[in-house]
Ligand binder design. Structure first.
Ligand code: ZN
Length: 247
């Protein structure tokens, strides 16, 4: 293979490595933010469950106040009962006592419901706290892994950039300019292999037989007539069986 073609293939590999690293570095803040979002969602679930528990306790206290009022009313009427003079008065107060007791019963029933709800909500709080603790651990581990990954991607990018600079220094500048121009026009890919049946592997046009013959020699810079990418050829791996020979 011609040294120029060989350098351009390496240049393409380095550019792909650099582009991949750039993309991963750019995605890093979003990946950290995703982890933080998961954590804050878990926190919100805990806060939500705790708020429901608080609301439940407040409702229960209010109901207990109501119960105390009705209880007081029952007691007051019972006191009055001992002082009544007439049967009619007695019946009226008796009726008041029954009403107050009925009201008290309704409120006590509600208190009981709130207590049962409180058990469920307390279990929800515990479960949400357990999930939060697990998420905290997972996010911590994920962030540590992301930080390590970022460091290694940055190192790979630095290494590839240095290798690229030295490769560019060794290569004909007009060739580099041509390579970069094609790369800009073709989503970063300036060089590609021709397939064994004579197609450009990037744009899939069929090369003219004579051009394909030249590409196969790998000793000149030949561009695809359709996409302008520089073409090279990877010969099939040598057959293991010695019976197949090329003469
Ligand atoms: Zn092409």
């Amino acid at each position: 293979m011609s040294p120029e073609l060989d350098r351009l293939i390496k240049l393409q590999q380095l550019d792909s490595t650099i582009e991949d690293a750039r993309r991963r570095i750019a995605a890093h803040p979003d990946r950290l933010a995703d982890a933080d979002t998961r954590l804050s969602e878990a926190k919100q679930r805990v806060d939500g469950a705790k708020q429901r528990l608080k609301d439940n306790q407040e409702a229960r206290r209010a109901l207990e106040k109501d119960a105390a009022v009705f209880q007081g009313r029952v007691g007051k009427f019972k006191d009055q009962l001992s002082e009544v003079k007439t049967n009619r008065e007695y019946q009226a107060i008796q009726h008041e006592i029954e009403t107050a007791q009925k009201d008290l019963g309704v409120v006590e029933e509600k208190v009981l419901e709130q207590m049962l709800d409180a058990d469920t909500i307390t279990a929800d709080v515990k479960q949400a706290e357990g999930l939060l603790a697990a998420e905290q651990k997972a996010v911590e581990a994920e962030k540590a892994a992301l930080t390590r990954e970022l460091a290694s991607v940055e190192a790979a990018m630095k290494e590839a950039s240095e290798a690229r600079a030295s490769l560019v220094a060794q290569t004909d500048p007009t060739l580099i300019a041509m390579f970069e121009q094609v790369a800009r026009a073709r989503k970063g890919v300036a060089i590609c292999a021709a397939t064994r049946d004579g197609l450009c592997s990037a744009c899939h046009v069929r090369l003219r037989p004579q051009v394909f013959q030249e590409v196969r020699r790998n000793d000149a810079i030949i561009q695809c007539f359709s996409c302008n990418r520089i073409l090279y050829y990877v010969p099939p791996p040598a057959q293991a069986e010695p019976a197949v020979t090329h003469t």
